[in-house]
Design a binder for this molecule. Structure first.
Ligand code: F6P
Length: 969
């Protein structure tokens, strides 16, 4: 007897939960003997009953195995053949993927199992790695896959009750604001007459459009300037910048400068504002504004785009309001001529809100806000590490003046214990108690660090500022925590803009020029704003008014009005923070005799935000008095290993900000994994609702489950898919979790490669982009980085287009010494062509450019999946997870009352298996049946209608690339 086997025997090993009785059959005397020997010795089972020739029953405390013998040479031959095949693929394929049956055995020492298997030369597979296995599999003499795990957490055990007692304070939905939406996709059509480079524009109009940045700088302002300058030139007008904001307008002279296409080359990746900004005292006076008006007219500028925060937009509004009187005064005092008066008696003003504070109530996101949020989240992530190591408390002060948006969003994204914001002033003496209660509870539940985020403008209800020292003192004195404070300061405004701000800045800049060119003298000043995924135009005066009202509410201490005056999105996020971070997970489900089991599963490739969705779903479920259950390692994890368990708060601490998937994910669909087994486990664990977080395979999974409802009543439950894939190709949504994280990874990668290109003479890079058959990632990244050309599966790669691009890019290398020092990067979706690889493409560029430049292929590969999820993916994951849980809860009554309903016939049943998506300005649920049957190109794994069609054209326009209209390959 091998001594190692003896050692394993002496431990308290057991079969994992659920599989308590197993019956096996051997088809020859020899394999029967081997099997009995294998299970008795290797798995430490005692023989209970033996009929030496026909049947052996073995067991320990938890497992009961019956091995039967039934002579059948043919089946025995098949078993041996199967065994040989499994042995043959040991180093190539995962046995679990080809074997429908496997037993998993829990052992104390998995390392010892590995050593023993090696020594007695039994084949094995180890996961995740041979070096540090968490699971090991081998084959029994009957061809069954036998697993060993040292990790109890991966597999279901019991489902403890978790009953919160805090009631949801307010369930009412916040209403959305109205706006007049303009669809950019219809605005930006390619015209075949478009010249490949703007220097060739022949017929210039006389219109002159200027752009200025004002107030505090914000990352993404340069994208606005670039887009305004290039769109203006593209439209055949002349483009100007006003340096140093409104101050430059008053100073005039060199502060007002005409800009060319190349002047803004490479600006998307640069932070701050390259044309300067200021808070002008002179412009606050009428006399200052009079000089500003004169300077505009003397430069023949008739329209301005004002990019800045609330003060800047208010400045633009006053300027417009006064314009007629200013021009009249200039005429009366002889400063301008009568013809100048007639030509410039109308001023067109268009505002774009840019401020890291995100304090303009009309727009969801001011330019720069998400970049600042990214900085804050990274800083808090870093601090959490040291706080966790030392078990300290940290008070982190965040910018935002009197707006708590940054603080609340960072609170969600980093799962902070507590946020203190100006919108919710608490009575002096009251916030301290509340803070201590939450921190104490979280510590008791297993959290080692304490993170309190404090908005710099936080106040008590007596309007007394709450400082980081005040908070620190409370934590130190009352809770005896070792506490440190960190003031993040202007770090928050620095660094390269995140992809979102570059895209948003670009789209808003383009829209501002469209607005100006479409304006009449009667058009009121316009603000370009964002609602969810949509750019829209609104009256600038409303935005200014709404901001003033909030300031006024502060002065008058009308606290109930302050939060409700903020954007609907902010209000919802604040509610989300409370729901996931302030819920008392500790006082568990008491009185509830109606606890429901809501399961969550990750499907497909890892996507940033998957963990955040699980974290938020679990917290919210607990708060609502229901039980969150995780299915581990996808459908195969459930069907083959019964990997399912209740999530407890202590299990998920820290998940909100982690990349990858803590519960594991893979691409198998229910049909592939064994839908019957899945139904069985749904029934066994009484699953009452399901949330799938995943990409196209998640979409297909939902359809398969819905389709199987007739056969399996276990699937007659509410089911929601939260799309999560960097490809962003799930029908029913314009946004998938993970897409923003990938966009940022790719953008950062291309920024760096662009630096190399611009530093090396005659060098371009051809970068391969992931995304399956969807060119979304490549197209949006191309705007974010200012790529010279982009090839996507939707277009293919045509020789005509290639020819044209080679000429355009070659000629851009000839602008040596121009202001445009940006790198030359070309993006190619992996599936853009069946025949041309990126190596081919790089060679073609190099050879056909006739020595003008060399192109090098680069493959960032899975780096694009990103590490830690972006702040956008984290916060949206939370929002979508909460919406999904609410959806499921709202359906419970229907399912309770309609247990035996003919599911095919009812609208309610059909609409209970849905995709949760963002469409334009709405967040909507669409039935999987509708999407799958009518809106999906299944073969291509794509929606039939590409929602971002117009963006491809826009990306080409801003890169100065002519699109040649050709058929797909
Ligand atoms: O408005 C943007 C902002 O960064 C605020 O968050 C902050 O209070 C303020 O500007 C800081 O202003 P300054 O850069 O002038 O110090």
């Amino acid at each position: 007897m091998d001594t190692s086997i003896e050692r394993i025997r002496s431990h308290n090993n057991s079969l994992v939960n659920g599989v308590s009785y197993v019956e096996l059959t051997a088809y020859s005397q020899e394999s029967y003997g081997n099997a009995v020997q294998f299970y008795r010795v290797f798995l430490n089972l005692n023989e209970l009953d033996t009929d030496q020739r026909k049947e052996t029953v073995m067991c320990n405390d938890l497992a009961y195995i019956r091995i039967k013998y039934k002579e059948d040479q043919e089946v025995e031959r098949q078993v041996n053949e199967r065994l040989s095949k499994l042995i043959e693929i040991t180093t190539k394929n995962d046995w679990r993927a080809v074997s429908s049956s496997s037993l998993v055995y829990f052992v104390d020492d998995i390392g010892e199992v590995k050593e023993t298997l090696k020594r007695i030369s039994l084949p094995h597979q180890a996961y995740p790695t041979e070096l540090t296995p968490a699971q090991i599999y081998t084959l029994d003499p009957l061809g069954n896959v036998i697993g060993f795990t040292g990790n109890k957490l991966a597999i279901a055990t019991e489902m403890p009750l978790v009953i919160p007692t805090i009631e949801d304070e307010d369930d009412s939905e916040f209403s959305s604001k109205e706006g007049s939406f303009t669809d950019l996709t219809t605005l930006m059509r390619t015209t075949s007459a478009y010249p490949s480079l703007p220097t060739r524009i022949a017929n210039r109009s006389d219109r002159r459009i200027a752009v200025l940045t004002s107030g505090s700088d914000a990352p993404g302002m340069n994208s606005v300037i670039r887009a305004v300058v290039r769109s203006t030139i593209f439209k055949g007008c002349r483009s100007f910048v006003i340096r140093e904001g409104f101050e430059g307008l008053v100073q005039g002279g060199a502060c007002i400068q005409e800009y060319t296409w190349e002047d803004v080359g490479g600006w998307n990746s640069q932070s701050g504002t390259n044309i300067g900004t200021s808070r002008s005292k002179l412009f606050l006076t009428r006399a200052g504004r009079l000089i500003a008006a004169e300077n505009l007219i003397k430069n023949s500028i008739d329209s301005i785009v004002v990019c800045g925060g609330d003060g800047s937009l208010a400045g633009g509004h006053i300027f417009k309001q006064e314009w007629h009187s200013l021009v009249a005064e200039l005429l009366n005092t002889g400063v301008i001529s009568i013809s100048e008066y007639h030509r410039f008696k109308h001023l067109t003003i268009c505002g774009i809100s840019a401020s890291i504070d995100n304090d303009i109530p009309i727009t969801d996101s001011s330019i720069g806000a998400y970049s600042a949020l990214d900085r804050v989240c990274k800083a808090v992530d870093y601090i959490q590490v040291t706080a966790d190591s030392t078990a300290r408390a940290y008070v982190i002060e965040i910018m935002g003046r009197h707006c708590g948006w940054l603080t609340v969003m960072a609170g969600i994204a980093t799962a902070a214990d507590y946020v203190i914001i100006p919108e919710l002033p608490r009575e002096n003496g009251c916030w301290e108690e509340h803070l201590c209660k939450i921190v104490k509870r979280n510590r008791k539940n297993g959290r080692r660090n304490t993170i309190v985020l404090l908005c710099e403008g936080a106040l008590t209800s007596d309007l007394i500022p709450i400082t980081s020292q005040d908070v620190s003192r409370v934590l130190t004195d009352r809770l005896k925590l070792d506490t440190r404070t960190t003031v993040l300061g202007h770090v928050q405004r620095g660094g390269a803009p995140v992809a979102y701000d570059r895209l948003s800045g670009t789209l808003q800049g383009v829209e501002a020029v469209e607005t100006i060119l479409g304006s009449t003298p009667d058009t009121p000043p316009t603000l370009i704003a964002v609602k969810e995924n949509k750019i829209f135009r609104t009256d600038l005066r409303n935005a200014v008014k709404a901001t003033l009202e909030i300031n006024d509410a502060f002065q008058r201490k009308s606290f109930d009005r302050i939060l409700t005056s903020r954007q609907a999105g902010f209000q919802e996020y604040f509610k989300n923070f409370l729901a996931i971070n302030s819920a008392d997970q500790d006082k568990k489900m008491t009185k509830s005799d109606n606890i429901k089991n809501i399961a969550i599963i990750n499907i497909g490739a890892p996507a940033g935000g998957m963990n955040s969705a699980v974290y938020s779903m679990a917290n919210y479920c607990m708060w609502k008095g229901h039980r969150p259950i995780a299915i581990y390692n996808g459908w195969s994890g459930l069907a083959r290993h019964e990997s399912i368990r209740t999530l407890k708060w202590s299990d998920i601490i820290g998940w909100q900000s982690r990349g990858g998937s803590e519960i594991g994910t893979n691409r198998e669909t229910p049909d592939e994994a064994d839908i019957g087994m899945i139904a069985y486990y749904f029934q066994k664990y009484n699953i009452d609702g399901l949330i799938i977080v995943g990409g196209f395979e998640g979409f297909v999974s939902l359809r398969q489950l819905e389709n199987a409802r007739e056969l399996f009543p276990a699937f007659r439950i509410p089911m929601v898919l939260i799309p999560a894939t960097l490809s962003n190709n799930v029908p029913g949504t314009e946004y998938s979790l993970g897409n923003d994280t990938a966009l940022n990874s790719l953008t950062e990668f291309c920024d760096n490669i662009g630096i190399s290109s611009s530093a090396t003479q005659g060098r371009a890079y051809v970068v391969e982009v992931q995304g399956g058959n969807s060119g979304h990632l490549a197209t949006f990244a191309s705007i974010a980085i200012g790529a010279r050309a982009t090839y996507v599966p939707e277009d293919g790669i045509s020789l005509d287009q290639l020819d044209n691009d080679i000429e355009t890019i070659s000629s851009s290398f000839e602008y040596v010494g121009s202001a445009d020092r940006s790198g030359k990067v070309i993006l190619v979706s992996k599936n853009a062509s069946k025949s041309i690889t990126i190596e081919n493409l790089a060679d073609i560029f190099t050879v056909e450019s006739g020595g003008t430049f060399e192109a090098h292929p680069v493959i960032p590969g899975h780096l694009q999946q990103g590490g830690s999820p972006s702040a956008i993916d984290r916060t949206r994951a939370t929002r979508l997870a909460i919406r999904a849980v609410d959806f499921i809860i709202n359906k419970f009554e229907f399912f309770t009352n309609n247990k035996d309903v003919n599911y095919n016939a009812t609208k309610d049943m059909i609409e209970s298996a849905v995709v949760l998506g963002v469409k334009g300005e709405d967040i909507i649920f669409t039935s999987i049946r509708q999407l799958y049957l009518f809106e999906t190109n299944i073969e291509k794994r794509m929606p039939k209608v590409i929602h971002w069609e117009g963006i491809r054209t826009l990306s080409d326009h801003l890169a100065g690339r002519k699109r040649v209209n050709v058929e797909l390959e």
